[in-house]
Design a protein around this ligand. Structure first.
Ligand SMILES: *Cc1c(COP(=O)(O)O)cnc(C)c1O
Length: 356
């Protein structure tokens, strides 16, 4: 049985969180002399002299509306990276506890665990990039606090089997983090509707990918109210600036534009797959549920360098385990994709023999 109190660090259980001026007085007043702000104004047209809402309620209500999740079940972070860091700090005792990662996967889980001096247990994905359940089971011990699952996974692009994730959620007594940064491009449903089913579930999403707001830095975590309370205790009081809150709120009005882009991206993805597959330089394209594809090539380093000379940058993942020879390529606009395909098609390998 999952018991949040058994998973939480003792110092966090005992923690008295910072109480800001905006926490101590929540009503409306005409004169605010409680936060040492500049009472005369802001040098910008907007009243940025005032501290922002530490709980970002307006933005949370808007997200709640779009996602069908109550605002009390939402945490907003300075990118998903802040949510990852808070999970590690709140649940993992440095030097004692451990977390499970399933490589090849998103690099920040490992970096953030290392920063927090939390032991990492790596359980590689299988050959077809799915979870190795027996190996995960044997990696779990009494000090395992978090398991990170990324679906659709970066850099492989595939969604993880839902039944495998459900198996872990049902049987693991720690927290299961399901990173859904690419869920908008996937055929698989979000786990966001399963929060009442699994008290140990944290779903992460972001405005950085499909929503086109990578520069704003808005990441979201969805979880039980008890887990969100932990996030709120540990986060810096004003972690999301007013300008970011205002712009994100404005952006979330444009759901239709974003949905159009998602459809275009998925369409371009299938064109990209078929056109790349036809090239002798490309050996295999892995199935993708994301806005990028992982392509096994005859010479990842050679093609990468060749593309750079053409001003086209992709991600060379050939050093990553299970990804030898692989490039990770983001789906671009139709013109960008055409330029990419022409450039790869023009690559002449100096060392490798072309297939066919
Ligand atoms: C891009 C990405 C994110 C997004 O991180 P932000 O900090 O929200 O920009 C999260 N997880 C994965 C797997 C990603 O690829």
């Amino acid at each position: 049985m999952f018991d949040l109190n058994l998973v939480l660090r003792d110092n966090i259980k005992r923690l008295t969180p910072y109480a800001s001026a905006r926490d101590e007085f929540k009503g409306e007043a005409s004169i605010y002399l409680d936060a040492n702000e500049n009472s005369f104004g802001s040098p910008l047209p907007v009243a940025y002299n005032r501290y922002p809402d530490p709980m970002q309620w307006k933005l949370k209500y808007k997200i709640a509306d779009i996602k069908g999740v109550p605002p009390q079940n939402i945490f907003i972070g300075n990118g998903s990276d802040e949510a990852i860091d808070i999970l590690l700090r709140a649940f993992c005792n440095p030097g004692i506890d451990n977390v499970i990662l399933c490589p090849p996967t998103y690099g920040m889980y490992e970096v953030s665990a290392n920063i927090n001096d939390v032991t990492i247990r790596k359980v590689s994905l299988t050959e077809n990039f799915q979870l190795d359940l027996p190996a995960i089971e044997s990696a779990i011990d009494a000090h395992t606090k978090l398991i990170f699952l990324c679906s659709p996974n970066n850099p492989t692009g595939n969604a993880l089997n839902r039944e495998d994730m459900e198996m872990i959620l049902s049987n693991f007594d720690g927290i299961v983090v399901v990173d859904e940064a690419y869920i908008n491009f996937s055929r698989q449903h979000s786990f966001i509707q399963e929060l009442t089913e699994y008290p140990n579930l944290v779903v992460m999403q972001t405005l950085s990918k499909a929503w086109g707001l990578a520069a704003l830095r808005v990441g979201m975590a969805f979880a039980s109210e008890d887990i969100i309370t932990v996030f709120n205790k540990v986060k810096p009081p004003y972690n999301i600036g007013q300008a970011t809150q205002d712009l994100a709120l404005q952006a979330l009005e444009n759901v239709e534009q974003v949905n159009t882009w998602i459809k275009e991206t998925v369409h371009e993805r299938s064109l990209l797959v078929s056109r790349l597959s036809a090239l002798p330089q490309v050996l295999h394209i892995y199935p993708s549920d994301a806005n990028f594809i992982l392509a096994k090539t005859i010479d990842a380093n050679g093609i990468y360098d060749h593309l750079v000379t053409d001003g086209i940058i992709v991600r060379n993942r050939s050093k990553v385990e299970l990804c030898a020879g692989c490039l990770r390529i983001t789906v671009g606009t139709p013109n960008e994709n055409t330029a990419l395909i022409e450039a790869i098609g023009a690559f002449q390998s100096s060392s490798s023999v072309l297939k066919n």
